[in-house]
Design a protein around this ligand. Structure first.
Ligand SMILES: [Zn+2]
Ligand SMILES: [Zn+2]
Length: 356
C-alpha cells in the first residue's frame, strides 16, 4: 500500500528552461488519478510510460485512470485534457472517467436552476466545459462515459444530469477531497488519502481457543473464556495509519485547512519576488514551506517554477529555512510515499530513475 506521484511538468505558465507545464499522475492502491493536465500532457505521458516500462519494469495502465482532478482553469493546467480524451477514444477506452474541477459559487447557483447570467472569470472551467463539449468531448462522441463534475468546494454538480451530488469517490479505500485555494480563478487543492487498515489478526496465538471464541475475537469483540476476559485488541497487530498527500495547484500563500503526509505545492517565486507572487496570487518557496508547516506535512515537494529560475537550488534553500524535508521536483520525477510513511524521491535520468 503506497501512494506514488509521477510529476510530469514543473513549469509555471509556459514551457521554459527545459521544463513542461503542470500535470501529475497519482497511483493509489485502488487505481490511478491525474491531477492537472496542461498543454502537451499526453506527449509526456507517452514518454514517461515508455521509461516506466524500460527502467521500472512495469506499466502505468491508462484504463486504471478513473478521474482527472483539475485544480483550476488556467491553460497550463488544462489544455491537454481534450486531445488526451480523444486519444483514449482512439485507443478504444470503455472505462468511465470523471473530470472534476472548481468553478464560481454563482455558476453553481445557475447550474442548479437559479435565474440569471452568472458572472464568470475568464478561464473558469465552466467556459472550457462548454467549449470542450462543443468540440466533441461527450460520452457519445468519445465512446466511453465521461462524467463532468464542477463544484465550489462545498457543492458539486453532475454536469450530465444538472443536479447536485456529493463529491464523487471513484475508489473504495482511497478518499479524495478538495480544499479551496486562492488564485485569480476559482481554484482548489486536491487531497488523496488511503484509509487506515486494521492490523492483522494473529491466528497462531489463538490455536488453543475454541473456534467460537476465536471468531468473536476476530470480529473485534472481547470474550470471557474460562473466567478470563480476552481482549480482542491483544490478538491483532496495530492498525496501519492511512497515507495522505495534497497537490496544491496554483495559489497565493494560504493555509490549507487539513493535514497531510506529503504536500506537493507550487513555489513559483523566490523571496526577492514575493511582491509579484502576491500580485499574481502565487507562492514563494518559503510560502510553500510555511503552508507545509501549517498542515503538518512531513514532506514538502515544490514545483511550478517561474521561467526566470534556471535551477531549484535557491528555492530549496529558502524553503529549507522553514521546513526540514524539502524535495524539489523535476519533470519526470517520482515521489513514492510508502506504507511506513517514508518518502522516496526518484529523479529522472537518461538511465531511468535514481535517488540523490
Ligand atoms: Zn500554473
Ligand atoms: Zn494558474
Amino acid at each position: 500500500m503506497s501512494l506514488e506521484v509521477h510529476v510530469l511538468g514543473t513549469s509555471s505558465g509556459r514551457p521554459a528552461q527545459g521544463r513542461s507545464v503542470s500535470g501529475s499522475v497519482v497511483e493509489t492502491p485502488d487505481g490511478t488519478l491525474v491531477v492537472d493536465c496542461g498543454e502537451g500532457f499526453q506527449n509526456r505521458l507517452v514518454e514517461h510510460r515508455k521509461s516506466m516500462k524500460e527502467h521500472a519494469g512495469r506499466r502505468i495502465k491508462i484504463g486504471r485512470i478513473a478521474a482527472i482532478l483539475l485544480t483550476h482553469g488556467h491553460l497550463d493546467h488544462t489544455w491537454g485534457v481534450l486531445p488526451w480524451l480523444q486519444t483514449m477514444s482512439l485507443d478504444g477506452r470503455k472505462e468511465p472517467l470523471w473530470i472534476i474541477g472548481p468553478t464560481e459559487p454563482n455558476v453553481i447557483d445557475v447550474l442548479l436552476g437559479a435565474e440569471g447570467e452568472p458572472e464568470v472569470t475568464p478561464s473558469d472551467l465552466v467556459i472550457q466545459y462548454d467549449m470542450w463539449m462543443d468540440l466533441g468531448a461527450t460520452s457519445e462522441m468519445l465512446g466511453y462515459p465521461v462524467n463532468w463534475v464542477l463544484g465550489d468546494g462545498s457543492r458539486w454538480v453532475d454536469m450530465n444530469q444538472g443536479k447536485e451530488i456529493e463529491l464523487p469517490q471513484p475508489f473504495t479505500s482511497v478518499i479524495i477531497s478538495a480544499f479551496t485555494t486562492q488564485h485569480s480563478v476559482p481554484s482548489c487543492a486536491w487531497k488523496i488519502e488511503t484509509t487506515s487498515k486494521k492490523g492483522r489478526f494473529d491466528r497462531e496465538s489463538t490455536s488453543n481457543l475454541p473456534q467460537k471464541v476465536v471468531q468473536e475475537l476476530a470480529n473485534g469483540n472481547d470474550v470471557e473464556h474460562e473466567g478470563v476476559i480476552l481482549r480482542s485488541a491483544n490478538f491483532r497487530a496495530k492498525s496501519k495509519e492511512g497515507l495522505s498527500l495534497i497537490i496544491s495547484g496554483d495559489t497565493a500563500e494560504r493555509a490549507i485547512e487539513t493535514s497531510c503526509d506529503l504536500l506537493v505545492h507550487e513555489a513559483t517565486f523566490l523571496d526577492e519576488h514575493s511582491d509579484i507572487a502576491n500580485e499574481h496570487l502565487h507562492s514563494t518557496a518559503a510560502g510553500a514551506a510555511r503552508t507545509a508547516v501549517e498542515c503538518d506535512a512531513k514532506f514538502l515537494a515544490i514545483t511550478h517554477y517561474s521561467a526566470r529560475l534556471d535551477n531549484h537550488n535557491e528555492s530549496v534553500s529558502e524553503a529549507n529555512k522553514i521546513h526540514s524535508a524539502v524535495f524539489a521536483c523535476g519533470d519526470g520525477d517520482r515521489l513514492i510515499l510508502d506504507e511506513d510513511c517514508t518518502l522516496t524521491h526518484l529523479i529522472k535520468s537518461e538511465q531511468g530513475w535514481m535517488t540523490l
